[in-house]
Design a protein around this ligand. Sequence first.
Ligand code: FES
Length: 78
Amino acid sequence: MDEENEPHPALRGLRTVCRCNNIKHKTIERAIRDGATTIPAVAAKTTATTGLCGGTCTPVVMDMIEEIEDENVEGSQA
Ligand code: FES
């Protein structure tokens, strides 16, 4: 999704990423920022990706991990 179509961060946080387990974007974001930078680690902290559907939300969680890691790399270069 390009930046112009991104919802405001506050709205994005309320979006449900994992419908099986009703896990919101902000919950997963917090887990990643707390050090869960792999799918198993996010799953252990939030249960996202572990639902009955077999993990259709996994690509979204992977994108979030990449996005937050990129932010951290950019931030550490400043
Ligand atoms: S939507 Fe996340 S495991 Fe099904």
